[in-house]
Each structure stands twice: as C-alpha cells, then as structure tokens.
Design a protein around this ligand. Structure first.
Ligand SMILES: NC(=O)c1ccc[n+]([C@@H]2O[C@H](COP(=O)([O-])OP(=O)(O)OC[C@H]3O[C@@H](n4cnc5c(N)ncnc54)[C@H](O)[C@@H]3O)[C@@H](O)[C@H]2O)c1
Length: 266
C-alpha cells in the first residue's frame, strides 16, 4: 500500500499496517509534500529503506492500493492519477471528490475502485438502503469546538474570530455544494452523506460550539422507509483537531474490508 499525505490520518493508517492491517497490507510507499513528514513517519515505523518516495508518480508505481490523505485541493489530481493507473484508492478527502465527481466515471472506465469511508458519521448503510425508496428531507448539523475551524479562509474573510465565540454560533446554513467549498476540511461528512443519498438537496448546518469537547454530527433523513436519525459525538484526533478519531478508524476499517471476502453491513 502507498500512503499520500503523512499527517494525522495518513500516519495512523501507516501505523495500523503494523497492527489491525498487518495480515492485509504491506507498506510499500509513503509520500508527503513535506518530505520531513514522510521521512519522520518512516523512521517511527522503522520502515525499510526506499519506502519514502520523491513524487506521487513514484508512489503510484510502487503499490496496488493508494490511500489519499492530503489536506489540499491537490487530492483531486492525486486521485485521478491513481485511478488512471488502475489502482484501488481509499479517498479520505471526500469533500474534494464531491466537487469533481467526474472521477467516478473515470474510475468505472479504468476498472479502478474508489473507496469512500463513512468517516466521522454513522448511518450511511441505512441511507443507502432508504434512498431506493426516496427521501423527503435530509439534514446534517455539524458542531465542533471553535478551534476545529482554525485557518478556515471563509471564516477569516467574513471576519469571524474564533477566539471571540462564547456561545453556540451558526457559521453556515445552506446546501452541500456550498458547504464543501466553504469548509473543505470540516465537511467531508456532508459530502459523504450526499453521495450515499445520491442527492444534493441536503440542508447543511455548521455550528461552532465552545461548550463542546467533541465533534458532533447529527443526521436526520425522512422518507418513504421511515426516519433515520443518527448522532456521533467524536473525540478529536490529537494530531489534528479538525479530524475526528472515528474518521481515522473508519479509513482503517474500510481498508480492512477492501481486502476481505466477507462484507458485513450495507
Ligand atoms: N472522510 C472523513 O470523514 C474525513 C474526516 C476527517 C478528515 N478528512 C480529510 O482527510 C484528509 C487528511 O486529513 P488529516 O487530518 O490527516 O490532515 P493533516 O493536515 O493532518 O495531514 C495532511 C497531510 O497532507 C500533506 N499534503 C498536503 N498536500 C500534499 C500533496 N500535494 N502531496 C502530498 N502530501 C500533501 C500535508 O503536508 C500533511 O502532512 C483531509 O482532506 C481531511 O479533510 C476526512
């Protein structure tokens, strides 16, 4: 397996290859635009020489499965390259993929596989089943401690100072297309929900909540099969407060399933 992006998620996926994934994958390549991050991770893992690659192309050439774990729009180009090379690709930047869903057609044309984990939310299994009968309404409300929105350029442009927020503040209410553009690193969950529901008519609410210690996502879907209501209260990943620990675990579990013949859950 090759991992592009050796930050919070990429590092933990790499570490999982020595634990949960040890019977499923071998780590063959690491790449990060910050070469010291890839080198540091390789040292921590006591990986063999040559695991750190000098480019995405070199990484893609040396593995069958690519885990995309970067935090920039470059994710789209990395996924496209891996798909063209017919690799299986775990996509963590689901929000970035949402704005370039032509990559789905590309993957089907090239016989590649794109795996989008549920990430920090619960209920995509039920949403996928319920969509066959149709929905009346879908809402997702994401609440995070203000620090989880640090560096967000939409909020900076709006002049919102996160440190001044003393009670719940609605930062955004709107559709999923707008949400993924304004909160590219916070709203992978809304993108995953929209893709699972096969609908863009989703109401997204983003709230900064100083009283919260956990990133919380609440989904309510109503439709012909009934109502689905899920809440996840996630511990932030210590390495990156914007990322929920559950999202990391979800990526690892998705990889495990990818290599398993038995599939449990829809
Ligand atoms: N699906 C979900 O539910 C979910 C949840 C949390 C985070 N995410 C997404 O997963 C991705 C990774 O999250 P993270 O917490 O590990 O981020 P992070 O900031 O901790 O790490 C990202 C790493 O990518 C590297 N990088 C940036 N551009 C690169 C490039 N062009 N090539 C190679 N490396 C590059 C950075 O140097 C950094 O080391 C983000 O896009 C995030 O939005 C998804």
């Amino acid at each position: 397996m090759g991992i592009v992006g050796c930050g919070a998620i990429g590092s933990r996926i790499a570490l999982s290859i020595t634990k949960e994934l040890k019977n499923h994958f071998m780590l063959s390549a690491l790449y990060d635009i910050d070469s010291e991050k890839a080198a540091g991770l390789s040292r921590r893992l006591k990986a063999r020489r040559g695991v750190v690659k000098r480019s995405v192309d070199e990484l893609i050439a040396s593995c069958d499965v690519v885990a995309e774990c970067v935090n920039t729009p470059a994710a789209q180009g990395i996924i496209a390259k891996a798909v063209r090379a017919r690799k299986k690709v775990l996509v963590m930047s689901v929000g970035r993929l949402f704005t370039r869903n032509s990559l789905f057609a590309l993957a089907r044309r090239h016989g590649s596989s794109l795996v989008l984990p549920s990430g920090a939310i619960a209920g995509l299994d039920a949403v996928k089943a319920a969509r066959l009968a149709g929905f009346n309404s879908i809402t997702i409300t994401s609440r995070k401690p203000p620090a989880g929105f640090q560096g967000n350029s939409f909020l900076i442009k709006k002049g919102i100072h996160l440190e001044d927020i003393v009670s719940d503040k609605l930062l955004f209410e709107g559709n999923v297309k707008d949400a993924v553009v304004k909160f590219p690193q916070n709203i992978n969950v809304a993108a995953a929900l929209a893709l699972a529901a096969d609908s863009t008519r989703i109401k997204v609410r983003v709230i900064a909540s100083p009283s919260l210690e956990r990133n919380t996502h609440e989904i309510v879907c109503t439709g012909k099969s009934g109502t689905i209501r899920t809440i996840t209260e996630n511990v932030p990943c210590p390495d990156n407060l914007k990322t929920s620990y559950l999202a990391v675990l979800s990526g690892i579990q998705a990889l495990k399933q990818l290599s398993d013949q038995v599939k449990i859950g829809t």
